[in-house]
Write a new protein. Structure first.
Length: 487
């Protein structure tokens, strides 16, 4: 069928028809984690939102180059260039190498993303591995007159840039208003203006992560990495830049300013932002004591949790809301998601057992059209999932002999449900997955026992195992490369 994908571009605030710069290629960049702690619910939402987009674009036939970075240097505790580097601080507190901290939390992020069935990006660049690219970009900004050196640090000259370019086009902030609202922070006297942001910071002697540059031994500002690395791997302009809404300002606004100042190009055609997750109506935060890491969700390790929630429950819960709307976590909402997903997955299993009839009481073509219209409409997953439950109802009615469906329609519906639920929404039947793993484990135990009994010439036991497996329809084959089995 014909597809016209529309996505909301944060630049215009409107839904726009998706037309890539150079089809069939799509360049997509999503801001990844700053790796100084375990991934929490807030990390799951952008990861799953852009995983859905990546899967859908791939389904539509685009060749997607998906870049998701890892921030392992330069992200300071306060957004306006103040405080300690988040990773260096953790390293100091735990007496580790900063790169040890970064590696540890990158590993745990990957583990959690794999559990959530989030696909790996095509490229996952590290900020620390692209220092020279960032230095080159900063030098270009200085050469073009939009940055200045102050006491070994380099700052972006926001007022100067604003004269020639529309600063604030993404966040809607005007720098004149910002000046009035910005507190003068201690140590900011290096800046000509409080709204200027750091491109390069001179490192204090005790600072651990630092590199040589033309200006000082120091480290890049947080925003520099994404501009430098997206330009390097996707060129400019590229198609989609994504991230959480909280990154619009200052991070993404600064990215636009840096790219325009360095290369004279608006770097991105479509900016996309997912909304935030709240917990019982409250913002999530360490200081609020409602901060739950994903691993604790999976294990039920928190007083805020009534039970453990599986990775797929979390995934389904996030997909049940539109990515642009706020999503409030509560035990009730997660339990409802768990129930709903189970009904959906059971219906898909039922589907493979249905007997076809002579007529169809369920219009599969119409169902297909509606599902893809929902996806094409800015990834409207709540509407899509509502349609999936229409199909669930129909499947259960056919199973109860209250409705009928032809063999052709049955095949079509089966393949459609698989494509949408497993390939595009990225859900996994965890019960089936667990059962399969259990069967694998038990079979290897049984085959071990069988091999041992044969070694010991205990033919009674080995025959007993063979006969029992045969009765259970399991065929065991002994070959050159060992023993294999199939049901
Ligand atoms: Zn970024």
């Amino acid at each position: 069928m014909e597809h016209n994908l529309y996505i909301t571009n944060s630049l215009s605030g409107k839904k726009e028809k998706f037309e890539p710069v150079a089809p069939p290629h799509v360049g997509m960049y999503v801001c990844g984690p700053t790796v100084y702690g375990d991934a929490h619910l807030g990390h799951a939402r952008p990861a799953i939102t852009f995983d859905l987009l990546y899967r859908y674009l791939t389904f539509l036939g685009y060749k997607v180059r998906y870049v998701r970075n890892i921030t392992d240097v330069g992200h300071l505790e306060h957004d306006m260039d103040e405080g300690e580097d988040k990773i260096a601080k953790k390293a100091r507190l735990e007496q580790l190498e900063p790169m040890e901290v970064a590696q540890h939390y990158s590993n745990s992020y990957h583990r959690d993303m794999h559990r959530l069935n989030v696909l790996d990006p095509s490229i996952e660049p590290l900020a620390s591995g692209h220092i020279s690219d960032q230095i080159d970009m900063i030098q270009k900004i200085i050469d073009n007159g939009y940055a200045y050196i102050s006491n070994g640090s380099v700052y972006f000259d926001v007022p100067k840039y604003s004269k020639d370019n529309p600063y604030g086009i993404l966040s809607g902030r005007k720098y004149e208003d910002m000046i009035n609202n910005t507190r003068e922070l201690a140590g900011q006297d290096e800046k000509h203006n409080p709204v200027d942001f750091a491109l390069w910071k001179k490192a204090a002697p005790e600072h651990i992560m630092k590199w040589n540059s033309p200006w000082s031994v120091g480290f890049p500002g947080w925003h520099a990495e994404c501009s430098a690395m997206s330009a390097k791997y996707l060129g400019m302009p590229f198609d989609i830049h994504g991230g959480g809404m909280d990154l619009k300002f200052p991070h993404h606004e600064s990215e636009i300013a840096q790219s325009v100042a360095a290369y004279g190009v608006m770097p991105v055609k479509y900016w996309m932002h997912n909304n935030m997750i709240t917990i019982n109506g409250q913002k999530m935060g360490k200081s609020l004591g409602n901060f739950i890491i994903l691993d604790d969700f999976f294990k039920g390790n928190s007083t805020l949790l009534a039970q453990p929630y599986s990775p797929m429950t979390i995934r389904f819960f996030i997909l049940q809301a539109h990515y642009r709307s706020e999503l409030d976590f509560s035990n009730d909402a997660l339990q409802a998601a768990e129930k709903g997903m189970k009904r959906l997955l059971v219906a898909i299993k039922t589907l493979s057992r249905l007997k076809p009839g002579k007529t169809s009481d369920f219009n599969v073509d119409e169902f297909e059209k509606k599902c893809f219209e929902a996806l094409d409409d800015d990834l409207n997953t709540p509407i899509l999932i509502a349609y999936l439950f229409d199909a669930v109802k129909a499947i259960n009615s056919v199973a109860d002999n209250k409705m009928s469906i032809t063999a052709d329609d049955l095949e079509k519906l089966k393949s459609l449900m698989h494509t949408i639920v497993f390939d595009i929404l990225g859900l996994i039947d965890e019960v089936e997955g667990n059962n399969n793993k259990l069967i694998d484990d038990l079979m290897s135990l049984i085959l071990d026992l069988r091999a041992k009994s044969r070694q010991n010439k205990d033919w009674t036991t080995s025959d007993q195992i063979r006969d029992a497996l045969k009765a259970a329809n399991v065929i065991v084959k002994d070959g050159k490369d060992g023993t294999t089995w199939e049901i």
